[in-house]
Design a protein around this ligand. Structure first.
Ligand code: PLP
Length: 439
């Protein structure tokens, strides 16, 4: 029998995908669940996108590694409308932004500074490249961007110890906290990146899902440090097409950007050859931002705002510390205030134990802060709200168009079940309540 090399470090299943599977297992066992673990956008695919994809199904050829000319031109137009003039030759597409981020890390080389907390895959990918990640805490209330002063310190210390940090990743707006860093913080981060010669990878996959875009504009590092910033985005979140696997990267318009492009294309050519051709066609349509898709994204933004707001309220009512969500479909409450009670009544000491209790006893699936790089004892958790929107496309469509979606019966039932569970957890007998809700 063959054996796996024991010295090769195994890569565990990504926690976001693992929680999805754990919840599916509970459902198969016939147990009621409240699925708040997976970062899926939870709204139906717009029919215009389906039409475009169907029309392109016959495209079987690989095509250029960087992506088709219409896709690259459309992505350039998308960024230009956001104040980032873009040369289509500096756009590279791939099967989702996740593999693009991995290829970028590999192409840039060296260790990468990441925000703490941050999306699960940055650190995991850095570990696969064997370079490693250096977590740097974010400023209070501004997830997604390492505190600039702490970043400068971390880089100086790492380099003094002989380690090569070459890049920093930022998430604007942020997963897991659902917050958006301020322009001032982004400018300060850019100044530190310049001073210490770091490449900035700006993951802007949630850019179009800021709840109140008139009040909070996304400040991209590509505006303040264009010579060193790579921007990535995808169709996965704003258009809920994660399963279609299509992402794009915008490289700096400078000699460095052109050199990076060569390396990136080399890696892409050996890993995925080209993004799927029918998806590229649909993505070119999407990045052209026709009015029906703009309206669809507006509606989903309003839905995410309404339901994340309602979920945050339920956590606040139960006594957890929680910030008002500003973007995307995530809430990041902190059960720190119940630490003693949870330890005494339920033996819970870590965030993973708390999330385990929520899943096993109540069927509530959420992810602990430790999955996002925070210390094991942090009692914060990421709550993804989008699977509350409905089990069927009919329900999800109703959620998308209703002026008060949190009051729709199936969403209200999910919210009420959450309140019940939190109240039970708070009394910390933790045994009183039987699971009562499916969906
Ligand atoms: C912050 C962030 N970046 C990147 C991704 C990757 O998305 P995709 O590979 O679907 O483009 C995700 C998905 O959850 C994410 O949350």
């Amino acid at each position: 029998m063959p054996v796996l090399n024991p010295s090769a470090r195994p890569v565990p299943l990504s926690p976001t995908l693992a929680i999805n599977e754990a919840i599916a297992r509970k459902r198969r066992e016939g147990l009621p669940v409240l699925a708040l673990g997976f970062g899926e956008a939870g709204v139906p695919i717009h029919p215009a996108l389906t039409r475009e994809l169907a029309g392109a199904a016959g495209r079987g050829a690989y095509g250029p590694v960087a992506g088709s000319a219409p896709l690259r031109a459309a992505a350039a137009g998308y960024w230009e409308r956001r104040g980032l003039p873009t040369d289509p030759d500096l756009v590279v597409s791939g099967p989702g932004s996740k593999p693009l981020l991995f290829a970028l890390m590999t192409a840039i080389g060296g260790e990468i500074a990441i925000p703490s907390p941050s999306w699960v895959s940055y650190a995991a990918q850095a570990a696969i490249t064997r370079a490693g990640a250096v977590p740097v805490a974010t400023p209070p209330g501004e997830g997604g961007v390492p505190n600039p002063a702490l970043l400068a310190d971390a880089v100086v210390r790492a380099r003094a110890a002989g380690r090569a940090i070459r890049a920093v990743v930022v998430t604007l707006p942020d997963n897991p906290t659902g917050t958006l860093a301020s322009e001032q913080t982004v400018r300060r981060l850019c100044a530190v990146a310049r001073e210490h010669d770091l490449v900035i990878i700006s993951d802007e996959i949630y850019r179009d899902l800021v709840h109140d875009p008139a009040a909070r504009a996304v400040a991209s590092p590509a505006e303040y440090a264009p010579e060193r910033t790579v921007v990535t985005t995808a169709l996965s979140k704003n258009l809920a097409a994660g399963g279609w696997r299509l992402g794009v990267a915008r490289l700096p318009d400078a000699r460095f950007g052109r050199e990076l492009r060569e390396r990136l294309l080399g890696i892409a050519s050996e890993l995925w050859s080209s993004a799927p051709a029918p998806m590229q066609h649909a993505a070119a349509f999407a990045f052209g931002e026709p009015p029906e898709l703009v309206e669809h994204i507006d509606r989903s933004r309003r839905l995410h705002a309404a339901v994340t707001g309602a979920v945050a309220d339920r956590f606040a009512e139960a006594g957890a510390r929680v910030r008002a969500p500003e973007a995307a479909f995530y809430v990041y409450p902190d059960f720190g205030p119940f630490r003693e009670r949870l330890r005494e009544a339920c033996g819970v000491r870590t965030g993973a134990e708390l999330c385990g209790l929520l899943l096993e006893r109540y069927g509530v699936g959420v992810l602990p802060a430790s999955a996002f790089g925070e210390p094991a004892e942090a009692l914060r958790m990421r709550v993804a709200t989008s699977l509350l929107y409905g089990d069927t496309d009919e329900q999800r469509l109703a959620a998308l168009t209703d002026p008060a979606p949190a009051a729709l019966p199936w969403i209200a039932a999910g919210l009420d079940r959450l309140s019940e569970v939190l109240a039970d957890l708070k009394t910390a007998s933790g045994h009183a309540l039987a699971p009562a809700l499916a969906g």
